[in-house]
Design a protein around this ligand. Sequence first.
Ligand code: HAM
Length: 423
Amino acid sequence: MIRKVKGTRDILPPETRLWSAVEGIALEVLGGFGYAEIRLPILEPTELFVRTVGEGTDIVSKEMYTFADRKGRSLTLRPEGTAGVARCFIENGLGQRPQPLRLCYLGPMFRYEKMQRGRYRQFAQIGIEILGAAAPAADVEVVLALHTFLSELGFDDLRIKLNNLGDPEDRERFIALLKGELGPSRDELCDDCRRRWTENPLRILDCKVPRCRELVAATTPVSEVASDPARAHVDAVEAALAELAIPVERAPRLVRGLDYYLRTVFEVVSPELGDDTVICGGGRYDRLIADLGGAPVPGVGFAIGEDRLVEVLPASFAGPRLERRAVALLPVGAAAVAPAAGLARDLVRSGVAVETEVTGRSLKAGLKWAAKIDAVVAVILGERELGDGVAVVRDLGRGEQSAVPLDRVVAKVVELLAGGGDR
Ligand code: HAM
């Protein structure tokens, strides 16, 4: 037997209905805030991620699916969406469009990570980016759009953590301070952190090794080193969110696993998955497009891990979406096949979901099958009924049935479904 690649998932019906519903609401709510869908390649040049996400990050140093194509070019399955958006912005001259530009995307991302609950090697993200807006109002809108979307799904127990990373200029000072404070315990850091010490010291802050965490907890938080303009920026974001009654916690040591962020960064966590399995991450990245060779276009955005989101969806959302209200169409005998197919078409056109028996089951076996697929109503088309110009419409919940003229079957089914067909 051939098995799926480790870290990938088969998402089966009916769970796929949850995914579609979540994506539909995402496009509606985020679209409502002006974020238009963009579809970008999954394959990008490796260099794109090296230059944006950063060489010293875990993502680039050990998690990318990178390979040489047949011409020897180094390609990577995208580990995240922001870098591709920045590349696309420059390549398509999107700076010519009215600014700011609001974009939204959904789709698979790839990271070679250690498998565990909520952590996969192929996972899906739902993200937005607003490009060309440097003011705190843009950060506020991004968090507001996120909060509105999550509330629309019925969440009321998620926490939003926010921090100020300061500007890149502040970072040098912060790193010097951090190294000064950690210096005496440098030997106690894990192997990875000793490597990070020279390559990318900021990454020591999100090491998960307990001893590294303890040592980091005693250092000065990054937010305290932020310059006055960076402080004013993030304070303004926080004040506006407070005015909107969006609960946001300050997390002075929160840093993110990607190098392009500055000033505002935030994460969303759930009680169910815990603080280490973050549902959404985002922040501001004002230097990213310039670093890729474009104009100095500021940006801010977030990406939600859809796998994680679906895993913790409130029951009030998930329950109703998983309910089936199908109609089973049961043709009995060869002569009933075409009329049943025609009726299926009429029902579908009226917005009713049908499943037609197409394997030649007897009526008795057909009714058993209808129960198995959780159909609410069965429509039986036997040769005798067809001769009489009727079909038998059976309410499978109540066990009641009646013969209905063929031209009234759709209306009758719709009526039964509207009446609850409760079982
Ligand atoms: P990120 O924090 O690397 O940020 O990823 C965003 C979200 O993707 C995470 O919070 C998590 O929910 C989900 N995720 C990441 N890795 C995995 C995995 N292995 N399995 C399942 N879910 C995962 C970014 O990707 C940034 N591009 C976000 C952003 C957009 N910042 C500004 N704009």
